[in-house]
Design a protein around this ligand. Sequence first.
Ligand code: T1G
Ligand code: NAD
Length: 709
Amino acid sequence: MNNAVQNAQPAAAEVVRTARHGAVVCVTLDSPPVNALSSAVRKGLWRAIEEAEADSSVQAIVLVGQGGNFIAGADIREFGKPPVPPTLPELCKRIEVCNKPVVAVLNGAVLGGGLEIAMAAHHRIALADARLGLPEVQLGLMPGAGGTVRTPYLIGAQAALDMMLSGRHVKAQEAFDLGLVDRLVEGDNAETVGLACVRELLDQGLVVRRARDAGGLANAAEAQAAIDAAKADVAKKSRGLFSPGKIVESVQAALELPFDEAIAFERQAFLACLDSPQRAGLIHAFFSERETAKVPEARAATPRKVSALGVIGGGTMGVGITVAALDAGLPVTMVERDAEAIARGQANVEKVYDALVSKGRMSEAGKSAVMARYTPSTRYEDVRDADLVIEAVFEDIETKKAVFKELDRVCKPGAVLGTNTSFLDIDAIAASISRPQDVIGLHFFSPANVMKLLEIVVPAKASAEVVATAFDLARKLRKTPVRAGVCDGFIGNRIMAVYKQAVDGIMEDGASPYEIDEALRGFGYPMGTFQVADLAGGDIGWATRKRRAATRDPRARYVHVADRLCERGWFGQKTGRGFYLYPQGARTGQPDPEVLAILDEERDKKGIIPRKFTPEEIVRRYMAAMINEGARVVEEGIALRPLDVDVTFLAGYGFPRYRGGPMKYADMVGLDTVLADLQEFSREDPLFWKPAALLERLVAEGKKFESLN
Ligand code: T1G
Ligand code: NAD
């Protein structure tokens, strides 16, 4: 992220323009890309309001945003920097107290501080594409410019809390139904329809009308009930998040305190959120997810057109990938080995849409329209015209090479050939055909139609155009892409293999798998490592361990517990038991005393006297292993930047989002602390815990991983 460009602040006059239309002043925000409320925009808006108010010939002020959005909120890049006046709360108050009617014309993004500006205005008219929201909670923050007060005043406590705790974007019609906007207008040019509308309102006697006078909290009992329900919900669901509780407290204050005191209360709560490390983690996640697509190849080349897809293999991943592509509007031809397999593949694709129909989230006609773009087949010739083909057959190099040989034979020149392999050598697959430059790794995560992450693995011979096409496909499928180099397991699975080794060591040395999972849930994970292993199926990991046995360093510690379970056929949820028991197909596992017995047996074999591990120590070891391997992945260039490692774990491995990802977490706890942990643990096992050179260098230079982003 090149800060020089981002830090160059345009002058207020450049980003806020005013124009006179008879008795109406139109104030236009023009600060690409999304009219964020930077200090320049705030200054420009303040001046425009002051000047219009002072001009006696002005009867009304219209606020519009240029570029398809009204305002997407405060300028997130300014958080953590010294505040520059006027602050957003001050600006909102200035607009509200203006003695000329201020009308906000809403289109596109009307989010966070943008909606707060609109609520400080006296009238709100919305175009059909307006998306209104208070998504601050997704950044570890809360509305800080009157949102926790004016919103409930306008639409009541329940609707306001729903918007602020979910962060969801509300469409124009719903905003109108809620009373958040006063009028819906046709048209797509905000200035034109806005001015026409204001002239009409002036003829009808447009007056100043302030949110602080609205009666949304008049029914105190109703409001209190909504607040109490939200409090209970936050206690149950916020899983360690800081700002949701602050939002509820502020709405409570809005109900109990006079308007201006409630605004002051909100300010203190907002500043507390600003100071929380969760804000830093979540904002890092926000920007990092927008950086991973900015790769050299995407800048250097134009993507090839992809309007028809082929998928080879209709198993777990083939089905998910097909659904993701169908959901994106693409036609898909799925090829399987035989009639029985393709029938199974087709049935599993249909099952996804049948579930949506049964939940009323899709009509039968909608399902038919989607399935009309799906073609089942057992003939490779049927993907000859596909622009891009994704192979998702068994994780066996010879099977995959045979498939690529077929694709090389039938596919048109220029078709992009992708493989969904989890671990295998994509350079070897590419080298096995006549067009290695067209081969790319497209590593989806299960379920592929749900998980956001798409690891785009770039083999040595891949052309920039093919890489750019893969990133363009990710955009079409609404996936979060991360560029990875070729190595065993790429970014995610490679690092996962290492922290799983660390966890296996902790287990064999004394902690139960259930204690370890509890510690990781306490750290913020939705599921612990052993729960995830049972969900994914122990057989996949077992196959990988067997494949690696031949090349495993004989000096490396190896824990056999997982193998012992797999030898018994205990693969997890799909076999009713794994590390946990899943009686009657339960989705939540119960601790299994037989697993603990196997664990004791393995310890006895190695003469290990089990010892106690605190949750804190379990997390220190888990994170030290993850960060250390993350550093190696960056130093080897497998990941372009530390933020690519962060986004991989945020979008593909359930890493707690408010911690920003493993490398951001390392920066926040201190690289010297992580290094000290590694040095301490390496006294037990110098081979496994050897600190990465990059980590040692950054500590020596007093730098953070951030310096490499
Ligand atoms: N500040 C700074 N930059 C922003 C920004 C913002 N608020 N919103 C977007 N950008 C940049 C983004 O980094 C990217 O830059 C470009 O705009 C396009 O974004 C006091 C505390 C508006 C729905 O949380 O949800 O107000 O990568 O790729 O998919 O109460 O951006 O091109 O260099 O996402 O079309 C609350 C955050 C702030 C909204 C557009 N607002 N933005 O989505 O494009 S906190 C938000 C979004 C606040 C007050 C509080 C989305 C979008 P680059 P994009 P998009
Ligand atoms: P799966 O066993 O569920 O499905 C594989 C399918 O490929 C089977 O239906 C089989 O009939 C078909 N197939 C085999 N040989 C074929 C051929 N020559 N032509 C056409 N079809 C053929 O496996 P899966 O879990 O979907 O995994 C597929 C690939 O995706 C593997 O490389 C795996 O490592 C990778 N992957 C799996 C996951 C996961 O969580 N399951 C996640 C990411 C990547």
